[in-house]
Design a protein around this ligand. Structure first.
Ligand SMILES: [Ca+2]
Length: 295
């Protein structure tokens, strides 16, 4: 396991004391074709290798092993309130893995038309599944073969059993999706504009108003803004072209973790560490803090 110190950040209230926070970035694996969608499931880390058309399972010793292959070009993963793995597939479905390993299709069509390429997925405050549906998986190498979009909208949807409701329709390429800890705000990244949008959520069930832009990250290093996460303190984690940026809920930059390879997604581990997928790489970012007194 290789490590490097990547960041030293901000200044505390007292002028004489610098609270230097840094992160040690461990490379857990570098053998992915295009890693995405980290999720904690069944005592291990699940990571999609989108372009390799398979989902990998990473045990504590760090070596990825096949979990599901082929995976219908699976991308985002999450775990629902009952502990079941839920996966967004570029092939056009959102599926739930049952205890016996069978897959239940949660979403496949909207108003009779096939979904574009579901990208990322998250449980809502009431347990319903929400997902983004941009068009990145309509072409190889992110999908099996080229196909035309049947839907004009690139939406954000909420799924209840047998009901799929379009919640957001105004984004160009909705990608990362996560709820605030209190469930009253939904954050969505738009990979076309580089923006992070925040939407008020009514009763945990519906978007009640237009969102507002709280941050923006321009394309760089042949990469665009991608996955979002939330940590145990409610801080927003953004996988953006230069690394993972940590924001307050209103978009203030709290910390930055540069990554050598542009990140695709980020997951807060219960330990406080961050799992970061980055194309070929899976990193584990470990926080190291120290306080230095200066003259
Ligand atoms: Ca994504």
């Amino acid at each position: 396991m290789r490590a490097l110190i990547v960041a030293a950040a901000f200044v505390a209230a007292s002028p004489s004391v610098t609270a230097a926070q840094s992160w040690r970035l461990n490379t857990v694996a570098d053998t992915f074709v295009f890693a995405e969608g980290p999720a904690r499931f069944d005592g291990a880390l699940i990571v999609s290798d989108v372009r390799a058309d398979r989902i990998m399972r990473v045990e504590a010793d760090g070596r990825p092993e096949p979990f599901r292959a082929p995976s219908d070009f699976a991308n985002g993963n999450t775990v629902d309130a009952q502990g079941r793995l839920v996966t967004a597939e570029h092939a056009g479905r959102v599926v739930r893995r049952e205890a016996n390993g069978a897959l239940t299709v949660l979403a496949e069509r909207y108003e009779g038309k096939r979904l574009n390429s579901p990208n990322d997925v998250v449980p809502g405050p009431d347990g319903a599944i929400w997902f983004t549906d941009p068009t990145f998986g309509l072409q190889p190498p992110f999908g099996r073969s080229a196909r035309e979009a049947e839907l004009r909208v690139r939406g954000v949807y909420r799924v209840e059993p047998s009901v799929i409701a379009l919640q957001i329709s105004g984004l160009q390429q909705p990608n990362g999706i996560v709820f605030a800890r209190d469930g009253r705000t939904l954050f969505v990244s738009d990979s076309a504009s580089g923006r992070v949008h925040a939407y008020p959520v009514r009763e945990g069930r519906a978007i009640e108003a237009e969102g507002r832009v709280i941050a923006s990250f321009p394309a760089a290093r042949d990469s665009v803004i991608d996955g979002l996460g939330i940590d145990s303190s409610g801080r927003l984690l953004v996988a953006e072209p230069l690394g993972v940026t940590i924001l307050s809920e209103d978009g203030r930059v709290l910390d930055r973790i540069p990554t050598p390879v542009p990140p695709t997604d980020v997951l807060a581990d219960p330990s406080g560490d961050l799992w970061i997928t980055a194309r070929t790489h899976l990193y584990r970012a470990v926080r190291t803090s120290r306080t230095e007194t200066t003259p």
